[in-house]
Design a protein around this ligand. Structure first.
Ligand code: WQD
Length: 348
């Protein structure tokens, strides 16, 4: 009997890519999403890629306890991957209450319902933003978290601590919750089929969708936020990880949980490439691999940006048996193919 995974926020950018990899790895998947930050394009693409016409989908808000409870009543859930959260750093500074309520209540409901249904494996979508401006690079899972510069990042830290505490409290109960937090660095790119990818609502906050929308003509010019940082070319360094590689890390983590291979009840893994890439290097690579010229200009630094962060991925490589494989060039080519697909499909 295939193990069943609930993917909350599963119609979104990362959630849809993870759903594809889970199905292709032999898992049954139940997808829940309130469609507050995406439409059904991603979910429809998942069905096309996997050839699965019948994937249970529930348009529900995880902030509604009864809705989450219904999912666990209707399905025997072996693991939950929780993506359902707001994720725009800048917006969270302007709307902290909206972020704290949505990101915390949704996760509290997942945990409480899982506990009330006899326990479960819970995989939490965390973020490298919990490290803030780390003094020593690359960061390991033991690198101290710094006070977050945004409510968004703070909700990630708080949810990690909530998961840790619930794991501890249930460890000798008859409703055990095991937990893994995956700290993503910068997810970019799209599925090789170009049937799913990043589809931000409105003006993109993140770099790569802004690049591809500038290249396709939806945006006039890319603004590079700061070229006066003390880095080689003056622009910020990040660890850009391909979204399909990231999705495969989730399958590796879920398998570790459901196959009983965890070494502790609560584990944390950095999910990155270990390769720092500057904004300017990324823009240049995009132009080169896609044989085009991008319209960009250098402007002032963006408040809240850290100068540099990238991952020490040793723990994930060794314990999850997972390593990022796609090159930045392959990923940027996939991002461009996706943008061109959107332009052709009129979905923009
Ligand atoms: C990357 C670099 C910008 C846009 C955040 C969150 C993280 C995750 C990913 C959700 C920075 C520069 C960007 C632009 C630019 N969130 N940039 N012009 O801020 O590293 O991470 O998004 O999953 O948790 O913290 O990502 O893509 O916004 O920025 O120059 O138009 O690109 O200054 O140096 P970030 P980003």
């Amino acid at each position: 009997m295939a193990k069943k995974v609930l993917v909350s926020g599963g119609a979104g950018y990362i959630g849809s890519h993870v759903t594809v990899e889970l199905i292709e790895a032999g898992y049954d998947v139940v997808v829940a999403d309130n469609l507050s930050n995406c439409d059904m394009t991603g979910f429809e693409g998942v069905k096309k890629i996997t050839g699965r016409e019948e994937i249970p989908f529930y348009q529900i808000d995880c902030c509604d306890y009864a809705s989450v409870d219904m999912l666990f009543t209707e399905h025997k859930i072996d693991a939950v991957i929780h993506f359902a959260a707001f994720k725009a750093v800048g917006e969270s500074v302007a709307e902290p209450l909206m972020y704290y309520r949505n990101n915390l209540v949704s996760f509290l409901n997942i945990l409480e319902v899982a506990k009330n249904h006899g326990g479960c494996n819970v995989l939490f979508s965390s973020s490298a933003t919990v490290y803030g401006e780390a003094e020593v690079l690359p960061v390991t899972e033991q690198t101290p978290r710094l006070p977050s510069t945004s409510p968004y990042g703070n909700t990630k830290q708080m949810c990690e601590d909530i998961l840790r505490d619930v794991v501890f409290a249930t460890s000798s109960s008859d409703a055990v919750i095991n937990g893994i937090a995956l700290r993503y660095f910068n997810p970019i790119g799209a599925h090789p089929s170009a049937l799913i990818g990043e589809l931000p609502r409105g003006v993109p906050n993140n770099l790569v969708p802004f690049i591809t929308q500038t290249a396709i003509g939806k945006r006039e010019c890319l603004s590079i936020f700061g070229n006066d940082y003390p880095t080689e070319d003056g622009t910020c360094l990040r660890d850009y990880i391909d979204v399909v590689d990231l999705a495969k890390a989730h399958v590796a983590a879920v398998s570790r949980m459901v196959e009983g291979r965890m070494k502790k009840g609560y584990e944390i893994f950095n999910v990155g490439t270990g390769r720092p890439v500057s904004v300017y290097e990324l823009v240049s690579a995009f132009e080169k691999v896609n044989n085009l010229r991008l319209n960009y200009r250098f402007v002032d630094r963006r408040p809240g940006d850290v100068m540099a962060i990238w991952a020490d991925t040793k723990l994930a490589n060794e314990e999850l048996g997972w390593k990022a494989e796609r090159t930045v060039e392959e990923t940027l080519a996939s991002a461009w193919a996706w943008e061109k697909y959107l332009a052709g499909s009129g979905n923009n």
